[in-house]
Structure formats: C-alpha cells, structure tokens
Unconditional design. Structure first.
Length: 139
C-alpha cells in the first residue's frame, strides 16, 4: 500500500466562501500514481469545511443564507466564544454543520464520483490564507 500527502493553500478573500477544489484533488491523485484506494480531503482550520455537492451558484447562495440563518455572525455577543476577543463563534458552528472532511473512493486512477459531485472548501472566517490536506492511500 502507498500513501501520498499534499497540502493545498487557498487565499480566501471573503468571510464566507465556497471554493471548488476538485481540480486540485484530481491533480494530487495523478501526482500520487495511486490507481485504487481512498482519498481523504480535510480542512485544516477549525472554522472551515470540506464537502461534496453540486457546483451550482444558486445552491451555494442557498447554503450561505441557510447557514447564516442557523448561526448568524451578528450580534457578536450571541456567542460566548467571542468573549475571548474572537469574532468567529458563528464560524465554528457553521463548520460543525458542514463537516470537516470527505473521503472519496479512487477507482482506475480517478475519483469515483456520482453525477454532479464536486469537492468544495467552505470557509466561514476567511480573509486570509487557508490550508487543505489531501491524503491518498492505495495501490
């Protein structure tokens, strides 16, 4: 069994953004040379997420509205976490909802997706560089 690790850095301009990272993951898979196995992709920040869904702008806008309804950024006093001097209590909740990582099967050297599936990095406390870990194991 072979193991391959790669970190991808993203520059996130907005507080909340969804970035399609499918191409970066596919490139890492090619670089690994692994043909059969599993690919783990996870956010390396406690206020970020990795998830799989459709690359459709209406869906992404709906996610942003839904997440803001569930865990609004303001008022900052809503979250005890923000009493530490932070302003990202909402981002921790949004990450919990959207999840930390995804695992995708690798079959014949390709990510084994269903129709329309893409991998996204979800950021909820952006405006700085963020990191994603790609770990592929197999043969």
């Amino acid at each position: 069994m072979t193991s391959f690790t790669k970190e991808v850095w993203l520059n996130i301009a907005g507080r909340m953004e969804f970035v399609n990272i499918t191409t970066e993951v596919e490139n890492a898979l090619k670089e690994s040379g692994i043909r059969e196995g599993l690919c783990l992709v996870n956010a390396m920040h406690i206020t970020a997420s990795v998830f799989i869904n459709d690359d459709e702008s209406g869906l992404h806008a709906d996610y942003k509205r839904w997440l803001e309804d569930l865990a609004p950024h303001e008022p900052l006093s809503r979250y005890r976490h923000n009493r530490t001097g932070e302003d990202n209590g909402d981002a921790h909740h949004k990450r919990q909802i959207m999840g930390r990582e995804v695992v995708v099967a690798v079959t014949d050297g390709k990510l084994h997706f269903g129709p329309w599936e893409q991998i996204f990095y979800g950021e909820f406390d952006g405006r700085r560089r963020k990191r994603v870990l790609i770990k592929i194991i197999g043969e």
